[in-house]
Write a protein that binds this ligand. Structure first.
Ligand code: NAD
Length: 480
Protein backbone atom coordinates (compact mmCIF):
# COMPACT_ATOMS: atom_id res chain seq x y z
CA UNK A 1 0.00 0.00 0.00
CA UNK A 2 1.32 3.44 -0.88
CA UNK A 3 0.37 5.95 1.78
CA UNK A 4 0.70 9.23 -0.12
CA UNK A 5 -1.70 10.19 -2.86
CA UNK A 6 -0.05 10.88 -6.22
CA UNK A 7 0.23 14.56 -7.07
CA UNK A 8 1.27 15.83 -10.45
CA UNK A 9 4.41 17.95 -10.74
CA UNK A 10 3.93 21.16 -12.69
CA UNK A 11 6.33 24.10 -12.64
CA UNK A 12 8.00 22.54 -9.56
CA UNK A 13 4.70 22.53 -7.64
CA UNK A 14 2.86 19.45 -6.47
CA UNK A 15 -0.74 19.66 -7.64
CA UNK A 16 -3.79 17.77 -6.38
CA UNK A 17 -5.95 16.95 -9.36
CA UNK A 18 -9.60 16.11 -9.29
CA UNK A 19 -10.17 14.31 -12.60
CA UNK A 20 -11.05 10.69 -13.21
CA UNK A 21 -9.96 8.43 -10.35
CA UNK A 22 -7.60 5.64 -11.44
CA UNK A 23 -6.67 2.69 -9.23
CA UNK A 24 -3.07 1.63 -8.72
CA UNK A 25 -3.21 -2.17 -8.38
CA UNK A 26 -0.52 -4.59 -7.25
CA UNK A 27 -0.47 -7.10 -10.14
CA UNK A 28 0.97 -9.82 -7.90
CA UNK A 29 -2.17 -10.16 -5.79
CA UNK A 30 -4.71 -7.76 -7.28
CA UNK A 31 -4.80 -5.63 -4.12
CA UNK A 32 -5.30 -1.87 -4.24
CA UNK A 33 -2.06 0.04 -3.70
CA UNK A 34 -3.34 3.56 -4.14
CA UNK A 35 -5.61 5.60 -6.34
CA UNK A 36 -4.96 8.86 -8.09
CA UNK A 37 -6.75 11.46 -10.14
CA UNK A 38 -6.18 12.22 -13.77
CA UNK A 39 -4.98 15.72 -14.59
CA UNK A 40 -7.39 18.08 -16.30
CA UNK A 41 -6.32 19.16 -19.77
CA UNK A 42 -5.99 22.68 -18.36
CA UNK A 43 -3.39 21.39 -15.92
CA UNK A 44 -1.59 19.55 -18.72
CA UNK A 45 -1.55 22.79 -20.65
CA UNK A 46 -0.04 24.57 -17.64
CA UNK A 47 2.69 21.93 -17.57
CA UNK A 48 3.40 22.52 -21.26
CA UNK A 49 3.51 26.30 -20.82
CA UNK A 50 5.85 26.05 -17.83
CA UNK A 51 8.11 23.67 -19.79
CA UNK A 52 8.13 26.17 -22.64
CA UNK A 53 9.27 28.98 -20.37
CA UNK A 54 11.86 26.80 -18.69
CA UNK A 55 13.35 25.62 -21.96
CA UNK A 56 14.17 29.15 -23.12
CA UNK A 57 16.46 29.62 -20.12
CA UNK A 58 17.75 26.07 -19.93
CA UNK A 59 19.15 26.01 -23.47
CA UNK A 60 21.32 29.03 -22.63
CA UNK A 61 23.01 27.23 -19.74
CA UNK A 62 26.26 25.54 -20.84
CA UNK A 63 25.79 21.80 -21.26
CA UNK A 64 28.45 21.10 -18.64
CA UNK A 65 26.31 22.95 -16.07
CA UNK A 66 23.22 21.07 -17.21
CA UNK A 67 25.21 17.89 -16.59
CA UNK A 68 25.63 18.81 -12.92
CA UNK A 69 21.86 18.53 -12.47
CA UNK A 70 21.79 15.16 -14.22
CA UNK A 71 24.50 13.83 -11.93
CA UNK A 72 22.59 15.06 -8.90
CA UNK A 73 19.46 13.28 -10.12
CA UNK A 74 21.53 10.10 -10.50
CA UNK A 75 22.82 10.50 -6.94
CA UNK A 76 19.31 10.99 -5.57
CA UNK A 77 18.19 7.80 -7.27
CA UNK A 78 21.11 5.86 -5.79
CA UNK A 79 20.41 7.29 -2.33
CA UNK A 80 16.76 6.19 -2.53
CA UNK A 81 17.31 2.93 -4.41
CA UNK A 82 15.77 0.60 -1.83
CA UNK A 83 12.53 2.55 -1.64
CA UNK A 84 12.24 2.78 -5.42
CA UNK A 85 12.90 -0.96 -5.82
CA UNK A 86 10.12 -1.60 -3.36
CA UNK A 87 7.70 0.59 -5.31
CA UNK A 88 8.53 -1.08 -8.64
CA UNK A 89 8.14 -4.59 -7.20
CA UNK A 90 4.73 -3.63 -5.84
CA UNK A 91 3.24 -1.74 -8.75
CA UNK A 92 4.80 -3.55 -11.70
CA UNK A 93 5.26 -7.08 -10.34
CA UNK A 94 8.94 -7.24 -11.26
CA UNK A 95 11.18 -9.54 -9.22
CA UNK A 96 13.42 -7.74 -6.74
CA UNK A 97 16.77 -8.39 -8.48
CA UNK A 98 15.42 -7.08 -11.79
CA UNK A 99 13.96 -4.01 -10.07
CA UNK A 100 17.36 -3.42 -8.45
CA UNK A 101 18.97 -3.60 -11.88
CA UNK A 102 16.39 -1.19 -13.27
CA UNK A 103 16.95 1.39 -10.53
CA UNK A 104 20.73 1.16 -10.80
CA UNK A 105 20.56 1.52 -14.59
CA UNK A 106 18.29 4.53 -14.22
CA UNK A 107 20.88 6.33 -12.10
CA UNK A 108 23.69 5.22 -14.40
CA UNK A 109 21.74 6.48 -17.41
CA UNK A 110 21.65 9.96 -15.91
CA UNK A 111 25.41 9.76 -15.28
CA UNK A 112 26.01 8.43 -18.79
CA UNK A 113 24.02 11.18 -20.52
CA UNK A 114 25.72 13.78 -18.29
CA UNK A 115 29.03 12.67 -19.84
CA UNK A 116 27.79 13.86 -23.23
CA UNK A 117 27.95 17.47 -22.10
CA UNK A 118 31.39 18.03 -23.64
CA UNK A 119 30.83 15.76 -26.61
CA UNK A 120 27.92 17.31 -28.51
CA UNK A 121 29.41 18.17 -31.90
CA UNK A 122 28.35 20.09 -34.97
CA UNK A 123 30.06 20.23 -38.38
CA UNK A 124 31.74 22.73 -40.68
CA UNK A 125 30.93 22.13 -44.35
CA UNK A 126 32.82 23.33 -47.41
CA UNK A 127 30.77 25.89 -49.30
CA UNK A 128 30.32 26.14 -53.10
CA UNK A 129 30.77 29.87 -52.77
CA UNK A 130 33.97 31.85 -52.35
CA UNK A 131 34.58 33.33 -48.90
CA UNK A 132 31.81 31.46 -47.22
CA UNK A 133 31.70 29.05 -44.27
CA UNK A 134 28.81 26.79 -43.43
CA UNK A 135 28.30 25.67 -39.86
CA UNK A 136 25.90 22.95 -38.79
CA UNK A 137 25.06 23.46 -35.14
CA UNK A 138 23.28 20.90 -33.03
CA UNK A 139 20.57 22.69 -31.10
CA UNK A 140 17.77 21.58 -28.79
CA UNK A 141 14.33 20.80 -30.18
CA UNK A 142 12.33 22.58 -27.46
CA UNK A 143 9.62 20.96 -25.34
CA UNK A 144 9.56 17.16 -25.29
CA UNK A 145 6.61 15.02 -24.22
CA UNK A 146 7.67 11.59 -22.95
CA UNK A 147 4.87 9.01 -22.90
CA UNK A 148 5.82 5.85 -21.00
CA UNK A 149 4.82 2.18 -20.86
CA UNK A 150 4.60 0.14 -17.66
CA UNK A 151 7.22 -2.55 -18.23
CA UNK A 152 10.37 -0.61 -17.27
CA UNK A 153 8.56 2.40 -15.82
CA UNK A 154 11.42 3.93 -13.86
CA UNK A 155 14.21 3.35 -16.37
CA UNK A 156 12.08 4.84 -19.14
CA UNK A 157 11.92 8.11 -17.18
CA UNK A 158 15.71 8.35 -17.52
CA UNK A 159 15.68 7.26 -21.15
CA UNK A 160 13.48 10.27 -21.96
CA UNK A 161 14.50 12.86 -19.38
CA UNK A 162 18.31 12.48 -19.46
CA UNK A 163 18.92 12.96 -23.22
CA UNK A 164 16.19 15.62 -23.42
CA UNK A 165 17.78 17.69 -20.67
CA UNK A 166 21.44 17.38 -21.59
CA UNK A 167 20.48 18.44 -25.13
CA UNK A 168 18.86 21.61 -23.78
CA UNK A 169 15.19 20.65 -23.90
CA UNK A 170 12.56 20.66 -21.19
CA UNK A 171 10.17 17.77 -20.71
CA UNK A 172 6.72 16.63 -19.66
CA UNK A 173 6.41 12.98 -18.68
CA UNK A 174 3.20 10.99 -18.72
CA UNK A 175 3.73 7.63 -17.02
CA UNK A 176 1.58 4.60 -17.76
CA UNK A 177 -1.64 4.56 -15.74
CA UNK A 178 -0.57 1.05 -14.56
CA UNK A 179 2.65 2.29 -12.94
CA UNK A 180 2.36 5.91 -11.93
CA UNK A 181 3.62 5.85 -8.36
CA UNK A 182 7.32 5.42 -9.18
CA UNK A 183 7.15 8.58 -11.28
CA UNK A 184 5.56 10.46 -8.38
CA UNK A 185 8.37 9.26 -6.12
CA UNK A 186 10.87 10.43 -8.74
CA UNK A 187 9.41 13.94 -8.60
CA UNK A 188 9.50 13.86 -4.79
CA UNK A 189 13.24 13.17 -4.75
CA UNK A 190 14.22 15.53 -7.55
CA UNK A 191 12.17 18.33 -5.99
CA UNK A 192 14.84 18.49 -3.29
CA UNK A 193 17.39 19.52 -5.96
CA UNK A 194 15.81 22.88 -6.81
CA UNK A 195 15.87 22.25 -10.53
CA UNK A 196 14.89 25.23 -12.71
CA UNK A 197 11.13 25.67 -12.53
CA UNK A 198 9.15 23.83 -15.18
CA UNK A 199 12.13 21.91 -16.55
CA UNK A 200 10.72 18.49 -15.63
CA UNK A 201 6.96 18.11 -15.29
CA UNK A 202 5.01 14.92 -14.66
CA UNK A 203 1.30 14.62 -15.45
CA UNK A 204 -0.95 11.61 -14.99
CA UNK A 205 -3.92 10.01 -16.65
CA UNK A 206 -5.24 7.90 -19.45
CA UNK A 207 -3.64 7.65 -22.85
CA UNK A 208 -6.77 8.58 -24.76
CA UNK A 209 -7.11 11.83 -22.80
CA UNK A 210 -3.82 13.14 -21.38
CA UNK A 211 -1.60 11.22 -23.84
CA UNK A 212 -3.67 12.29 -26.80
CA UNK A 213 -3.72 15.91 -25.66
CA UNK A 214 0.07 15.99 -25.37
CA UNK A 215 0.46 14.38 -28.80
CA UNK A 216 -1.77 16.93 -30.51
CA UNK A 217 -0.51 20.02 -28.68
CA UNK A 218 1.08 22.69 -30.90
CA UNK A 219 3.59 23.67 -28.19
CA UNK A 220 5.07 20.18 -27.98
CA UNK A 221 8.10 19.99 -30.27
CA UNK A 222 8.84 16.27 -29.97
CA UNK A 223 6.96 13.25 -28.71
CA UNK A 224 9.15 10.49 -27.39
CA UNK A 225 6.96 7.45 -26.97
CA UNK A 226 7.59 3.89 -25.82
CA UNK A 227 4.71 1.47 -26.03
CA UNK A 228 2.62 -0.57 -28.41
CA UNK A 229 2.45 -0.25 -32.20
CA UNK A 230 -1.27 0.56 -32.02
CA UNK A 231 -0.69 3.50 -29.67
CA UNK A 232 2.35 4.63 -31.66
CA UNK A 233 0.18 4.87 -34.73
CA UNK A 234 -2.48 6.91 -32.87
CA UNK A 235 0.22 9.25 -31.55
CA UNK A 236 1.59 9.76 -35.06
CA UNK A 237 -1.86 10.71 -36.28
CA UNK A 238 -2.21 13.35 -33.57
CA UNK A 239 1.35 14.59 -34.06
CA UNK A 240 0.73 14.92 -37.78
CA UNK A 241 -1.66 17.80 -37.11
CA UNK A 242 1.26 19.99 -36.09
CA UNK A 243 4.03 18.12 -37.94
CA UNK A 244 5.50 17.33 -34.54
CA UNK A 245 8.58 15.15 -34.51
CA UNK A 246 7.96 11.63 -33.17
CA UNK A 247 10.43 9.16 -31.71
CA UNK A 248 8.71 5.80 -31.37
CA UNK A 249 10.02 2.75 -29.52
CA UNK A 250 7.36 0.15 -30.20
CA UNK A 251 6.72 -3.56 -29.92
CA UNK A 252 8.85 -6.50 -30.99
CA UNK A 253 8.64 -10.11 -32.10
CA UNK A 254 12.27 -11.09 -31.60
CA UNK A 255 13.35 -14.24 -33.45
CA UNK A 256 16.14 -16.46 -32.10
CA UNK A 257 17.80 -18.59 -34.80
CA UNK A 258 19.60 -21.67 -33.46
CA UNK A 259 21.98 -23.27 -35.97
CA UNK A 260 22.97 -26.93 -35.94
CA UNK A 261 26.50 -26.17 -34.72
CA UNK A 262 25.40 -24.02 -31.74
CA UNK A 263 26.15 -24.85 -28.13
CA UNK A 264 22.70 -26.24 -27.33
CA UNK A 265 22.84 -25.79 -23.58
CA UNK A 266 24.07 -22.24 -23.81
CA UNK A 267 21.50 -21.33 -26.46
CA UNK A 268 18.62 -22.87 -24.50
CA UNK A 269 19.58 -21.05 -21.31
CA UNK A 270 20.10 -17.71 -22.99
CA UNK A 271 16.82 -17.99 -24.88
CA UNK A 272 15.07 -18.89 -21.63
CA UNK A 273 16.62 -15.85 -19.91
CA UNK A 274 15.64 -13.61 -22.81
CA UNK A 275 12.07 -14.88 -22.60
CA UNK A 276 11.10 -15.11 -18.95
CA UNK A 277 12.64 -11.79 -17.88
CA UNK A 278 9.86 -9.57 -16.52
CA UNK A 279 7.36 -12.40 -17.19
CA UNK A 280 8.11 -12.12 -20.91
CA UNK A 281 6.91 -8.52 -20.97
CA UNK A 282 9.89 -6.85 -22.61
CA UNK A 283 9.97 -5.49 -26.17
CA UNK A 284 13.16 -7.42 -26.99
CA UNK A 285 12.21 -10.75 -25.33
CA UNK A 286 12.66 -13.80 -27.59
CA UNK A 287 9.20 -14.32 -29.07
CA UNK A 288 9.84 -17.16 -31.57
CA UNK A 289 12.61 -19.74 -31.93
CA UNK A 290 13.82 -21.11 -35.27
CA UNK A 291 15.81 -24.34 -34.83
CA UNK A 292 17.78 -26.22 -37.49
CA UNK A 293 16.28 -29.64 -38.10
CA UNK A 294 19.41 -31.69 -37.30
CA UNK A 295 19.30 -30.54 -33.63
CA UNK A 296 15.55 -30.02 -33.29
CA UNK A 297 14.87 -32.91 -30.90
CA UNK A 298 17.88 -32.35 -28.69
CA UNK A 299 17.35 -28.59 -28.52
CA UNK A 300 13.61 -28.89 -27.85
CA UNK A 301 14.26 -31.36 -25.08
CA UNK A 302 16.91 -29.14 -23.47
CA UNK A 303 14.80 -25.98 -23.74
CA UNK A 304 11.81 -27.76 -22.34
CA UNK A 305 13.79 -28.92 -19.27
CA UNK A 306 15.28 -25.46 -18.77
CA UNK A 307 11.82 -23.85 -18.89
CA UNK A 308 10.29 -26.49 -16.59
CA UNK A 309 12.87 -25.55 -13.97
CA UNK A 310 11.88 -21.87 -13.93
CA UNK A 311 10.21 -20.79 -10.71
CA UNK A 312 7.68 -18.00 -10.78
CA UNK A 313 5.54 -16.46 -8.08
CA UNK A 314 4.68 -13.39 -6.05
CA UNK A 315 7.77 -11.13 -5.93
CA UNK A 316 6.45 -9.34 -2.84
CA UNK A 317 6.96 -12.45 -0.73
CA UNK A 318 9.31 -14.70 -2.73
CA UNK A 319 12.89 -13.95 -3.77
CA UNK A 320 13.61 -17.38 -5.20
CA UNK A 321 11.78 -16.82 -8.48
CA UNK A 322 12.71 -15.81 -12.01
CA UNK A 323 9.54 -13.94 -12.78
CA UNK A 324 6.31 -12.62 -11.32
CA UNK A 325 2.80 -11.88 -12.56
CA UNK A 326 1.49 -10.51 -15.81
CA UNK A 327 0.76 -6.79 -15.51
CA UNK A 328 -3.00 -7.40 -15.51
CA UNK A 329 -5.69 -9.86 -16.46
CA UNK A 330 -5.88 -8.40 -19.96
CA UNK A 331 -2.22 -9.29 -20.51
CA UNK A 332 -2.87 -12.82 -19.27
CA UNK A 333 -5.91 -13.31 -21.52
CA UNK A 334 -3.86 -12.24 -24.54
CA UNK A 335 -1.25 -14.94 -23.79
CA UNK A 336 -3.93 -17.57 -23.13
CA UNK A 337 -5.66 -16.82 -26.41
CA UNK A 338 -2.45 -17.02 -28.43
CA UNK A 339 -1.51 -20.38 -26.88
CA UNK A 340 -5.04 -21.71 -27.53
CA UNK A 341 -4.91 -20.51 -31.12
CA UNK A 342 -1.57 -22.29 -31.62
CA UNK A 343 -3.04 -25.56 -30.33
CA UNK A 344 -6.08 -25.14 -32.56
CA UNK A 345 -3.76 -24.58 -35.54
CA UNK A 346 -1.89 -27.85 -34.90
CA UNK A 347 0.97 -26.87 -32.57
CA UNK A 348 1.80 -28.92 -29.48
CA UNK A 349 2.28 -27.51 -25.99
CA UNK A 350 5.05 -29.63 -24.49
CA UNK A 351 5.77 -27.58 -21.35
CA UNK A 352 3.43 -25.33 -19.37
CA UNK A 353 0.50 -23.87 -21.26
CA UNK A 354 -1.62 -22.88 -18.29
CA UNK A 355 -2.36 -19.76 -16.30
CA UNK A 356 -2.71 -19.63 -12.55
CA UNK A 357 -3.99 -17.18 -9.97
CA UNK A 358 -2.25 -16.19 -6.77
CA UNK A 359 -4.99 -14.35 -4.90
CA UNK A 360 -6.10 -11.98 -7.66
CA UNK A 361 -2.75 -11.84 -9.47
CA UNK A 362 -2.48 -13.29 -13.00
CA UNK A 363 0.40 -15.66 -13.73
CA UNK A 364 1.37 -17.81 -16.70
CA UNK A 365 3.50 -20.95 -16.69
CA UNK A 366 6.83 -21.08 -18.52
CA UNK A 367 5.72 -22.61 -21.80
CA UNK A 368 7.30 -24.31 -24.82
CA UNK A 369 5.27 -25.01 -27.95
CA UNK A 370 6.51 -27.16 -30.84
CA UNK A 371 5.30 -27.88 -34.38
CA UNK A 372 4.65 -24.21 -35.03
CA UNK A 373 4.77 -22.68 -38.48
CA UNK A 374 5.24 -19.25 -39.93
CA UNK A 375 1.53 -18.63 -40.55
CA UNK A 376 0.38 -19.19 -37.00
CA UNK A 377 -0.87 -16.25 -34.99
CA UNK A 378 1.55 -17.12 -32.19
CA UNK A 379 4.46 -16.62 -34.61
CA UNK A 380 3.13 -13.33 -35.97
CA UNK A 381 1.63 -11.46 -32.99
CA UNK A 382 3.48 -10.10 -29.96
CA UNK A 383 2.86 -12.59 -27.11
CA UNK A 384 4.33 -10.55 -24.23
CA UNK A 385 4.36 -13.55 -21.90
CA UNK A 386 6.68 -16.46 -20.92
CA UNK A 387 5.94 -18.57 -24.00
CA UNK A 388 8.42 -19.94 -26.56
CA UNK A 389 7.00 -21.27 -29.84
CA UNK A 390 9.44 -23.32 -31.98
CA UNK A 391 9.59 -23.52 -35.78
CA UNK A 392 12.10 -25.82 -37.52
CA UNK A 393 14.15 -25.08 -40.63
CA UNK A 394 16.66 -26.83 -42.92
CA UNK A 395 18.86 -24.06 -44.33
CA UNK A 396 19.98 -20.69 -42.93
CA UNK A 397 18.31 -18.81 -45.81
CA UNK A 398 14.98 -20.26 -44.78
CA UNK A 399 15.46 -19.12 -41.17
CA UNK A 400 16.48 -15.62 -42.23
CA UNK A 401 13.44 -15.35 -44.49
CA UNK A 402 11.20 -16.47 -41.64
CA UNK A 403 12.77 -13.99 -39.24
CA UNK A 404 12.42 -11.09 -41.68
CA UNK A 405 8.86 -12.02 -42.60
CA UNK A 406 7.41 -10.02 -39.73
CA UNK A 407 5.68 -6.71 -39.04
CA UNK A 408 8.15 -6.03 -36.25
CA UNK A 409 11.90 -5.48 -36.53
CA UNK A 410 13.38 -4.61 -33.16
CA UNK A 411 15.69 -7.29 -31.72
CA UNK A 412 16.90 -10.62 -33.12
CA UNK A 413 19.42 -13.24 -32.05
CA UNK A 414 21.53 -15.93 -33.68
CA UNK A 415 23.23 -18.89 -32.01
CA UNK A 416 26.11 -20.47 -33.93
CA UNK A 417 29.81 -21.21 -33.48
CA UNK A 418 30.56 -20.57 -37.13
CA UNK A 419 31.81 -17.01 -37.68
CA UNK A 420 30.94 -17.09 -41.38
CA UNK A 421 27.36 -18.06 -40.62
CA UNK A 422 27.16 -15.43 -37.89
CA UNK A 423 28.44 -12.68 -40.18
CA UNK A 424 26.15 -13.64 -43.05
CA UNK A 425 23.12 -13.88 -40.80
CA UNK A 426 23.93 -10.54 -39.13
CA UNK A 427 24.15 -8.91 -42.54
CA UNK A 428 20.99 -10.40 -43.95
CA UNK A 429 18.67 -10.22 -40.99
CA UNK A 430 16.69 -6.97 -41.17
CA UNK A 431 16.34 -5.86 -37.58
CA UNK A 432 17.41 -2.89 -35.50
CA UNK A 433 19.50 -5.10 -33.21
CA UNK A 434 21.08 -8.53 -33.60
CA UNK A 435 22.63 -10.43 -30.70
CA UNK A 436 25.06 -13.23 -31.53
CA UNK A 437 25.32 -15.96 -28.87
CA UNK A 438 23.97 -13.66 -26.17
CA UNK A 439 20.79 -12.62 -24.45
CA UNK A 440 18.71 -9.80 -25.84
CA UNK A 441 19.24 -6.96 -23.36
CA UNK A 442 20.72 -3.87 -25.00
CA UNK A 443 23.26 -1.59 -23.36
CA UNK A 444 22.84 2.12 -23.16
CA UNK A 445 25.95 3.28 -25.01
CA UNK A 446 24.70 1.46 -28.14
CA UNK A 447 21.53 2.33 -30.10
CA UNK A 448 18.19 0.69 -29.39
CA UNK A 449 16.00 1.05 -32.44
CA UNK A 450 13.59 -0.97 -34.51
CA UNK A 451 12.77 -1.22 -38.20
CA UNK A 452 9.36 -1.83 -39.82
CA UNK A 453 6.56 -1.32 -37.27
CA UNK A 454 8.93 -1.47 -34.29
CA UNK A 455 9.49 2.23 -34.41
CA UNK A 456 10.94 5.43 -35.77
CA UNK A 457 14.25 6.72 -34.48
CA UNK A 458 15.78 5.09 -31.43
CA UNK A 459 17.27 5.55 -27.99
CA UNK A 460 20.65 5.40 -26.24
CA UNK A 461 24.20 6.33 -27.09
CA UNK A 462 25.22 9.17 -29.36
CA UNK A 463 22.50 8.52 -31.90
CA UNK A 464 19.85 8.35 -29.20
CA UNK A 465 21.01 11.68 -27.80
CA UNK A 466 20.97 13.34 -31.22
CA UNK A 467 17.33 12.28 -31.62
CA UNK A 468 16.65 15.06 -29.08
CA UNK A 469 18.47 17.68 -31.13
CA UNK A 470 18.03 19.30 -34.50
CA UNK A 471 20.55 20.90 -36.81
CA UNK A 472 20.75 24.59 -37.49
CA UNK A 473 22.71 25.50 -40.61
CA UNK A 474 24.43 28.89 -40.46
CA UNK A 475 26.02 30.33 -43.64
CA UNK A 476 28.61 33.05 -43.10
CA UNK A 477 29.81 35.07 -46.02
CA UNK A 478 32.96 37.05 -45.21
CA UNK A 479 33.77 38.28 -48.73
CA UNK A 480 32.88 41.60 -50.37
P1 NAD B 1 0.61 1.11 -24.53
O1 NAD B 1 0.82 1.52 -25.93
O2 NAD B 1 -0.69 0.48 -24.18
O3 NAD B 1 0.74 2.36 -23.54
C1 NAD B 1 1.91 3.11 -23.45
C2 NAD B 1 1.59 4.53 -23.05
O4 NAD B 1 0.81 5.14 -24.06
C3 NAD B 1 0.79 4.65 -21.75
O5 NAD B 1 1.30 5.72 -20.99
C4 NAD B 1 -0.61 4.98 -22.24
O6 NAD B 1 -1.37 5.72 -21.33
C5 NAD B 1 -0.30 5.81 -23.48
N1 NAD B 1 -1.39 5.87 -24.46
C6 NAD B 1 -2.37 4.97 -24.70
N2 NAD B 1 -3.20 5.41 -25.67
C7 NAD B 1 -2.72 6.62 -26.06
C8 NAD B 1 -3.13 7.57 -27.03
N3 NAD B 1 -4.22 7.37 -27.79
N4 NAD B 1 -2.40 8.69 -27.18
C9 NAD B 1 -1.30 8.92 -26.43
N5 NAD B 1 -0.86 8.05 -25.48
C10 NAD B 1 -1.57 6.92 -25.30
O7 NAD B 1 1.83 0.15 -24.15
P2 NAD B 1 2.09 -0.64 -22.80
O8 NAD B 1 1.08 -1.74 -22.69
O9 NAD B 1 2.23 0.31 -21.68
O10 NAD B 1 3.55 -1.27 -23.07
C11 NAD B 1 3.73 -2.47 -23.74
C12 NAD B 1 4.16 -2.24 -25.17
O11 NAD B 1 5.30 -1.39 -25.18
C13 NAD B 1 4.60 -3.53 -25.86
O12 NAD B 1 4.12 -3.55 -27.17
C14 NAD B 1 6.13 -3.41 -25.85
O13 NAD B 1 6.74 -4.18 -26.87
C15 NAD B 1 6.33 -1.95 -25.99
N6 NAD B 1 7.65 -1.54 -25.50
C16 NAD B 1 8.61 -1.18 -26.39
C17 NAD B 1 9.89 -0.82 -25.97
C18 NAD B 1 10.97 -0.43 -26.95
O14 NAD B 1 12.01 0.05 -26.50
N7 NAD B 1 10.78 -0.61 -28.24
C19 NAD B 1 10.18 -0.81 -24.60
C20 NAD B 1 9.17 -1.16 -23.70
C21 NAD B 1 7.90 -1.51 -24.16
Amino acid sequence: MFDTKIQSYINNNFINSSGLEINNINPSDGKLLNSFNENSLKEVDEAIQSAKQAQKLWEKIPAIERAVYLKKIGDKIKDNADRIVNIIVQEQGKIKSLAEGEVNNTAEYFYYMAEWARRIEGEIITSDVKNENIFLYRVPIGVVAGILPWNFPFFLIARKVAPALIAGNSIIIKPSEETSYNAFFFTKIIHELNLPKGLINVVYGKGETVGKYLSAHPDIDMISFTGSVETGSLIMQEAAKNITKVNLELGGKAPAIVLGDADINKAANKIKNARVINSGQVCNCVERVYVQNNILDEFTDTLSKVMENVNYGNPNVDNNIEYGPMINNEGLVKVEELVKSASAEGAEVITGGKSSKIENGSYYQPTVITNCNQNMKIIRKEIFGPVLPIVSFDELDEAINYANDCDYGLTSSIFTNNIKVAMRAANEIKFGETMINRENMEIFQAFHAGVRKSGIGGADGKHGLYEYMQTHGVYISYGD
